[in-house]
Design a protein around this ligand. Structure first.
Ligand code: G4P
Ligand code: NA
Ligand code: NA
Length: 197
């Protein structure tokens, strides 16, 4: 998605250890007009698949997920919670996530009320790095016996393994921008996806 790549090029900030800071439009201040266009792009890529629910993970995934849900017929957004609510034990699906960025494990939780076996689910998230967060969401979908339609990501870091691992499994993964390289010498190098326009 050209507009997103342009935004990353002009406002993105490359940090050490392969981290791309995009706080000005994606992770802290939110560019709502851009989100609407991203949502529309995801809806186009997953049209005709009977998506009836979007699953994401708090917090940065939520806004992109809601912008996307607008473009499907009745389609609520459910997000995996990272904070434990003690009274939910038997009524939740839970899955472990190991965060490479934070070097620590945490759990995500989704109430059994909000995902069921008839759901056709699109996963949406802001970043794809090693793919552990997406793996945990897929695990929840499998526990519920629901169907995974595909995964939509705003920014995939192509130099980490998450994207390749999902595609190897035959999962329909659509990333609006794929950063294959980030360095002082070459700047930010995007994978050519011009065929998807
Ligand atoms: P993984 O899920 O792909 O394995 O990635 P990892 O655990 O390493 O990512 C931890 C958090 O950092 C996630 O957000 C993820 O979206 C985000 N992240 C990963 N790489 C980058 C990056 O290069 N730039 C930015 N801006 N974020 C990155 P989170 O902890 O779930 O937090 P939230 O922002 O959704 O609240
Ligand atoms: Na995220
Ligand atoms: Na994030």
């Amino acid at each position: 998605m050209e507009l997103l790549e342009e935004k990353i090029r002009t406002e993105g900030c490359v940090k050490g250890q392969g981290i791309l800071k995009v706080d000005s439009f994606l992770n802290h201040q939110l560019d709502v007009a851009l989100f609407e266009k991203m949502g529309k792009a995801f809806a186009k890529r997953f049209a005709g698949e009977g998506v009836n629910k979007i699953l994401t993970i708090e917090s940065s995934g939520i806004a992109i997920a809601t912008s996307t849900a607008r473009y499907f017929d009745y389609c609520p957004v459910v997000f995996g919670k990272k904070v434990v609510s003690l009274n939910l034990d038997n009524e939740i699906y839970s899955s472990d996530v190991y965060s490479y960025t934070k070097q620590q494990a945490y759990k995500i939780m989704v109430s059994k009320k909000y995902i069921n076996k008839n759901d056709r689910i699109l996963i949406i998230d802001d970043f794809l790095a090693n793919g552990k967060a997406v793996d945990a969401l897929i695990n929840v979908i499998n526990q519920a016996g629901a169907t995974l339609v595909g995964v939509g990501i705003a920014i995939e870091k192509g130099f980490q393994e998450g994207g390749a691992l999902l595609r190897q499994q035959g999962i329909a993964l659509e990333s609006l921008a794929i950063v294959d390289e980030m360095s002082v010498e070459k700047g930010i190098v995007f994978r050519d996806q011009s065929e998807k326009k």
